[in-house]
Design a protein around this ligand. Structure first.
Ligand SMILES: Cc1cc2nc3c(=O)[nH]c(=O)nc-3n(C[C@H](O)[C@H](O)[C@H](O)COP(=O)(O)OP(=O)(O)OC[C@H]3O[C@@H](n4cnc5c(N)ncnc54)[C@H](O)[C@@H]3O)c2cc1C
Length: 372
């Protein structure tokens, strides 16, 4: 039986484990963190990635933990809506085109499916050494085990150590020029829809989640990539929030401690094929890291896994499987990364929002509606 080691227990690693199990391939996951908690606060899955979750058998569970959004309200900084953006649906008419949820909810649904698939997850463990032969790969792990696998799936995220170890010519992550502030809050009374507010070089997103929770994000082109000192974080965040009206003040007043505010630079990367070397194959953010402008990074990871499972089920030898995976996935991943980066660049330009942005998003979503 084929045996696969998956490095990384994020969306890409967990989805790969589920898809491989569906294909009859045995895998195990090594995850470097000890507590296996997802980073970030909220996450949204677009319609085409939701199609992938149907194939992975987790769609119904996600519906239970997610909040559907059929439109996004685009507003000025004063909170007044200037346009309603309907979201593209590629699934059944009743299915949500866009599902917002807490990061932990996505993690819990996926971790439960990994457990049902009988996949072992080794926490606090990573790869110490890899030695590839023609037909298999020997991996020394930091828990002292040395095991042979048919191949390794590197799903260890944007800062992938497996990428730098195996694909030395792969490009490095690049800073997009924007940072993102994020926070969790309660949804203020009257806020029902996903609301995006444009305040010059700063954009605020208020995403109602289930159970009265709210995911706040703020894209910011006015500050460098380094996290401000902790004693300035809240003040800088609140100064930016004070530029917004509508529901923003009711959210801002809930945030009064720096520990509630997450700050991170937005980076991007697209690895040109091949995505494999020495019987190690990159998937997810390790192969393509996107800024979140069209909320599609985890979506790409889920789709990668579905294609991986399909190819693994057809019994291809590793080199052919890995070549076919990158061939099937590269153009789509590049479209997501480049569209997101273009939107980021336009947002960094002075002046009013670039009128081409809406068209670019619509064209990209129409392309992404095609089956993977
Ligand atoms: C601000 C922001 C907002 C986003 N919003 C959305 C959104 O709304 N919708 C969407 O679809 N996408 C979104 N994304 C993108 C999404 O978060 C990523 O694309 C997704 O998490 C990638 O999954 P992954 O499993 O490849 O990597 P990760 O989620 O980074 O998971 C990697 C895992 O590997 C583990 N790991 C790392 N190194 C090692 C190692 N050496 N050995 C073992 N384990 C290791 C990590 O601990 C982690 O558990 C957003 C991203 C950002 C930054």
């Amino acid at each position: 039986m084929t045996r696969v080691l998956i490095v990384g227990g994020g969306p890409a690693g967990m989805a790969s484990a589920i898809a491989l199990a569906q294909a009859g391939v045995q895998s195990e996951i090594v995850e470097s963190s000890h507590d296996w908690r997802p980073g970030g606060i909220g996450i949204a899955l677009q319609s085409a990635p939701l199609r992938a979750t149907k194939q992975l058998g987790i769609f119904d569970d996600l519906l239970r933990v997610g909040r559907p959004h059929r439109v996004i309200d685009m507003c000025g900084a004063d909170g007044r809506r200037f346009v309603e953006l309907p979201q593209v649906n590629v699934n059944d008419a009743d299915d949500p085109p866009f599902l917002g949820m807490a990061r932990e909810s996505l993690h819990e649904v996926m971790a439960a499916a990994v457990a049902r698939a009988g996949v072992a997850v080794h926490l606090g463990v990573t790869v110490a050494d890899v030695s590839a032969a023609d037909d298999d790969v020997t991996v020394m792990m930091t828990d002292g085990r040395t095991e042979r696998f048919d191949y390794v799936v590197a799903a260890d995220g944007a800062n992938s150590k497996m990428r730098s170890r195996m694909l030395r010519d792969a490009p490095e992550l690049s800073f997009s020029g924007q940072v993102i502030w994020r926070a969790a809050a309660s949804t203020p009374t009257g806020l029902e829809r996903y609301t995006m507010m444009i305040g010059g070089p700063i954009r605020l997103g208020l995403v109602p989640l289930p159970d009265g929770r709210l995911y706040l994000w703020m894209l910011d082109s006015t500050i460098g990539p380094d996290r401000p000192p902790r004693d300035q974080l809240l003040e800088l965040f609140q100064e930016r929030m004070s530029r917004f009206g509508g529901h923003a003040p009711a959210v801002a007043q809930q945030l009064n401690d720096a520990s509630q505010v997450d700050f991170r630079a937005l980076n991007w990367l697209i690895v040109p094929p091949p995505w494999h070397a020495g019987r190690v194959l990159l998937v997810g953010d390790a192969a393509h890291t996107t800024t979140p402008h069209i909320a599609y990074g985890a979506g790409l990871a889920l789709e990668d896994a579905v294609v991986l499972g399909e190819l693994a089920g057809s019994g291809l030898p590793f080199d052919e499987l890995a070549t076919a995976l990158a061939a099937r996935r590269f153009a789509r991943a590049r479209l997501v990364v480049e569209t997101s980066l273009q939107l980021s660049r336009w947002e960094q330009e002075p002046g009013p929002p670039n009128p081409a942005a809406g068209r670019l998003i619509a064209e990209t979503m129409a392309t992404l509606a095609a089956p993977v």
